[in-house]
Design a protein around this ligand. Structure first.
Ligand SMILES: [Zn+2]
Ligand SMILES: [Zn+2]
Length: 118
């Protein structure tokens, strides 16, 4: 007798179960087993349901990947806006510095020729 789980098939009570359905978890016999791409199932509906589930999971996965790309785009746009604001702020600061720098130069060196007052 082949090694099997300690149960009988849900479809055939007299048959020893050989495994549990990957979809519903119910025991099945070798007569019932349906081989799917990612496991063995008790019936074709379970295999189909699992395939649909796997496809949905894959879709959700790709959706979440798309969403993360959108999030990356949004965050990059946000950082772009932040960069623009930073540039504007730097421009304002630079403007103030343009006003201030000659005064600072006057104060420090007095090298800049001053207009004759008389
Ligand atoms: Zn099943
Ligand atoms: Zn069976």
């Amino acid at each position: 007798m082949p090694k099997s789980i300690d149960s009988t098939c849900i479809q055939h009570p007299g048959f020893q179960a050989v495994g549990r359905c990957k979809q519903c978890g119910k025991p099945f016999c070798s007569q019932c087993e349906v081989h799917g791409p990612i496991g063995i199932f008790c019936s074709t509906p379970c295999k189909n349901a699992n395939e649909v589930f796997v496809q949905r999971a894959a879709q959700l996965d790709s959706m979440s990947k798309k969403t993360s790309i959108i999030f990356k785009l949004i965050s990059s746009v946000k950082s772009l806006i932040a960069l623009i604001i930073l540039i504007i702020m730097l421009g304002v600061i630079a403007h103030y510095f343009e006003v201030d720098v000659p005064v600072v130069s006057d104060m420090l060196g007095g090298q800049i020729p001053t207009e004759p007052t008389e």
